[in-house]
Design a protein around this ligand. Structure first.
Ligand SMILES: [Zn+2]
Length: 236
């Protein structure tokens, strides 16, 4: 994935410049400021160096358009999950100071519920899959909401919708598995005629592109991007 480096100045409030021990988890946050860009949030972290707006930062920020800014290199500590007290379960897994063992990703969002654009959400899935692979992490166990570590309502959308959080982690896992999967050919016998189509079988379901199959059956297939509709017509 394309990550745009826009590093903070080293300063005691948002980029201490200390070394991260080992990446043992990835923490997902919301920026808690609807419709602000990744750049604006990066600048907010940068301005903390003046010492007037407290401590805090994160390694990455995902924009409303899905692009990603790196504000702190992953080899360094960011101040994204520090607290007076932590959940004991999290400390068992991440050590006594989770900032030194985790990477923080901030997500922009469109309202106070924390709803993200499709592009932000898709980027978050892809990026978490990439990081889990890179650091050898299990997406079902090593992805955290800020909430899971300190109890803070962050990422709010995923705190209010625990089912969506579970689904998200599952999606990251699928994304990792999918990348490892070899594309296979699936043989179809359509009304007596054999066709080979690119596809794969997963969890007992056969996945093939709708277009290939329908065209082989003699239909014309169109795609309307605007309404995300596949239109199927009989060939005359
Ligand atoms: Zn947070």
């Amino acid at each position: 994935m394309q990550i745009q480096k826009d590093l903070l100045t080293i300063n005691e409030y948002s980029r201490p410049g200390t070394k991260l021990k080992k990446v043992q988890g990835i923490v997902v946050h919301w920026v808690a400021n609807p419709n602000t860009s990744a750049k604006a949030n990066r600048n907010f972290f940068e301005n903390r160096k003046n010492g007037k707006s407290g401590y805090g930062s994160a390694h990455y920020i995902i924009d409303l358009d899905g692009s990603i800014i790196m504000a702190i290199p992953p080899e360094e500590v960011a101040y994204h999950v520090g607290a007076e007290s932590y959940r004991s379960e999290a400390l068992k897994r991440l050590g006594s100071y989770p900032n030194s063992t985790t990477l923080g990703i901030e997500c922009t969002h469109v309202d106070w519920n924390g709803k993200m654009t499709d592009k932000t959400y898709e980027s978050l899935i892809l990026f978490c899959a990439e990081l889990c692979k890179k650091y050898n992490l299990d997406p079902l166990a090593d992805l955290y909401r800020h909430y899971d570590i300190t109890g803070k309502i962050c990422h709010k959308w995923f705190v209010d919708h625990p089912d969506k959080w579970e689904k998200f982690k599952q999606k990251v896992k699928e994304c990792m598995d999918g990348a490892a999967e070899n594309k296979e050919q699936v043989k179809f016998n359509l009304l007596g005629k054999e066709h080979l189509v690119e596809g794969f079988i997963k969890d007992g379901k056969t996945y093939v592109p709708a277009r290939e199959l329908l065209e082989a059956l003699g239909f014309t297939v169109g795609w309307e991007a605007e309404t995300k509709t596949v239109s199927v017509k009989k060939k005359n």
